[in-house]
Each structure stands twice: as C-alpha cells, then as structure tokens.
Design a protein around this ligand. Sequence first.
Ligand code: BES
Ligand code: MN
Ligand code: MN
Length: 481
Amino acid sequence: MCNEPRAESREPVAESREPRAESRIMTDHITHYLATTHARHLAQLREFLSIPSISALSSHAPDVRRCAEWVVGAMRGAGLERARLIETAGNPVAYGEWMRAPGAPTVLVYGHYDVQPVDPLERWTSPPFAPTVRDGKLFARGATDDKGQLFAHLAAIEAHLRVTGRLPVNLRMVVEGEEEIGCAHVQALVRERAELLAASVVVISDTAMFARGVPSICRALRGIAYLEVEVRGAATDLHSGSFGGTVANPALALAWMLGSMKDASGRVTVPGFYDAARALGAEERAELARLPFDEARYREALGAPALVGEAGFTTLERAWTRPTLDVNGFHSGFAGEGVKTVIPSTAVAKVSMRLVPDQDPTAIGDLVERHLLEIAPPGVEVRVTGRHGGRAYEASTGHPFMRAAARAMERAFGVRPAFTREGGSNPIVSTFAEVLGAPVILFGLGLPDDNAHAPDEKIDLDQLRRGVVAVAELYGEIGGG
Ligand code: BES
Ligand code: MN
Ligand code: MN
C-alpha cells in the first residue's frame, strides 16, 4: 500500500518572490498536506513496524531483507529517485536520492531499519510486531528506534515533493540494516563508496529530545567497544553435590572477574582505561549544568532505588561524557523454574564499554580483553569473541547547518532547542564525519521515555507529527530558507 499513487496530492504551490513569505507559505501548505495524509502515513508506519527486522537474530534474515525492500518501496512512494537496494557483505542498504537542486547543499539522511530483539516478550502490553495505538502513542519494536523517526523523513520528503514539486536541497537517503549490531558493513560502504554518499551535511533522527517540550539538538554521542567473554570449566555440566568444591565454577569465576572491573567509587579498574579519555572543559560542564534536569524525577522515572555512578561527576556528565563499562547480559547454568543443582560448564557475558573522545575502540577492546585473560582465576579458560565498536562523536555547535537545525526545531516546536549530548552510540556517525568531512546533525525526534531497546517501545504520535514538520523545516533551512 505504501507505493499507491496518492489521491490527496495537490498541484505545486505558486512561487512567491519574497523569500521569507515563500518559506512561511511553504510551511503552511506542508503542514496542511500532512494533516490530510496523517491517516495514510500512520497505516504506512504500522506496516513498516510490523516487519520483525531483528538484525541480531539470524533466524530473522528474511524479515530483514523484506524490510529493506519495504524501505525502497517507501522511498519511491515518497518521490525519491533511483531508489534501490545496495548489497553489502551483510544486510542490504536501502538507497534513494533527489538531486535536482543544482547549487543547493546536499543532505545525506541516514537511518536504520533494523531493530533490537524483543525479549522479555511477556513484559509487552501488546505484541512487539503488532503496532498498537494507546493514548496517542504507537507501541511497537522500532517505533522510536529507528523506524518511526526515519519515517518522519520519508513523510517530510513526500510533503515537499507533493506540495512544491521539489526539495529545497539535494538529498540522498541511506537506510541500513545493521546499526543495532555495530554498522560494520555500512562503515565499509561509506569508506569504499564515498563518492556515492558525498554530501554537505548528514542528518540523523535516531536520538531523543531532552524532554517533552524541550526540543534539542544532540551534539555528541559516546562511542562503544563491545565484546563477549566466555569462561569454560569442566567439559560438561556436573552434579554440584558430587563435584562441588573440586573444580572451578565458571559462573562464579566470571561473576568475580566482572565484579572486580569496577571499584566502589564507580571507576573502571582496567589499567589504562581512562588514559585517552578527554576530560570535559569548564564551559562544557557549565553548559550541562544549565539544562533543566530534575535528578529526583529522573530517578523516579527509571524506577531505580538510587542513582549511582563514578564519583565526582553529575548524572548528566556520567551519562553523556564519561566512559564506563557494563554487563549487558550474563548466561550460565540453570535459571528456569524450580531447583537444579549443577556446576555449569560455561558462563558467557556480553560486555560493552561506552567511550568518549579520544578513546579508540580497538585499543580499549585490546586492553579489556588482555585484562580479562590476566585476571582469570585458576581452573577456567577464558575466550573473548564478537568484538566491534565505534568512536565517540562531538560536533561544534557553531556550524551554519547546526544553526539551521536549531531554527527548524524552534519553528516546529515553538521553543528554541537546547544543545544536548547522548550516552548512546552509533558507530557510523564518526565514520561519516571523518570520511565525508561533513557535519552530522543529530536531529532527534524521540522522547527519553520511549522505551528504546525495552518492552513497550513507543513513539508519541503528536511528537511524531511535529517531528515531520521539523524535518520539513530543516530541509528548507539547510536549503537557504
Ligand atoms: N539509536 C541508538 C543510539 C542512541 C541510543 C542514541 C541512545 C541516543 C541515545 C542506536 O540504535 C543504538 O542503540 N546503538 C547501539 C549501538 C551498538 C549496538 C553498536 C547502542 O548505543 O547500544
Ligand atoms: Mn537507533
Ligand atoms: Mn538502538
């Protein structure tokens, strides 16, 4: 249905000679157009969200491909040209463009169509791939991360093209299917096909605003180094009565190793971990301190008994500007219903380190891997696998395109946006900045309580509606208003 010709499309609006007036009229017509297309767009987004494109699980490979094809169809439906799949050694990339604005800047819009796994499934109020509207919010896996936010760009492109017959900028759209597993193949694509992706500015909507009513432009992301550590003891699970006390227990060994990697003051104990980490300047700390952050409400919203973290830093500093180490998953032995007395043969943990400028993900991965091997207690073997990562990103806020983004946010949300940071990562961001030499604008449309990566992920439909207008404005502002 996403590719059907649109009954509600209208003739291009006549051009006005006065630029500000033209831009105001354009906005009004686009807003009006979007009001008439709202129901169809919602149906389209639900279709997108119903495809279980979980990149982490190989059993979903056909869904991932189907989803990429869906995106290509949606690009065509929105009016992009040369829309097609670009194959990689991994999941395909969906590409489309509109390059008919000679002399105007070229915007590269990036997003990802892959989503996170859905477990614990029993914690979802409605099934993750049966998109459901409750209380003005659309619930589904990928609703905010990133299908809903990406969809805002498709809708804004469609609106510009239907209303004015053109875009205010040249535009390339690149939508990948491996963001949630580290962006390895699209990183290679950006390096190998830089000419295909040449752009004056990169725009990504894959972050959250600071709060409802507080629009923000995210100027920094943390980097990441990720690994899996496997601890092996005896060749098979053993009766813990017969053998307890005679061999090492991999679950205990791994728990002890991981537990020793942070001290009581919240510092990571791996030697050298902080060596390359750039400290925040006084002015940057002051900028964070000025944000309307309510620590008590933050804690309450998280349902956590207390906030804890590295001593000497505020909560926002910890979340956005300090490196850290976390266990994302731990599996060993029997954790099902009832009793089973066993010494597990293996224990596995998935571990991520969040990084700041100028930490190198490979160097940090090396440090942590070496440390894990060194601290392994007697009686177990330790193996590290599945390493990947990406560098942190930090933008200067003075760039003219950053100011254009701030104006667009202000016009759509009625409030001047704050410059914020995020603790999350997207390995492609620093690659774009490095290879294309273009600023990356993190034009987040989500909200902090959208439950990204968690049960009951959602996007607020009113927020999304304004987000589409903000994106339409952004293209206009980048194109010169
Ligand atoms: N959209 C997020 C990145 C993000 C998270 C931005 C939180 C702002 C706040 C992205 O989809 C993501 O989850 N990235 C992963 C990357 C990893 C799997 C390599 C992350 O941050 O864990
Ligand atoms: Mn994302
Ligand atoms: Mn994500």
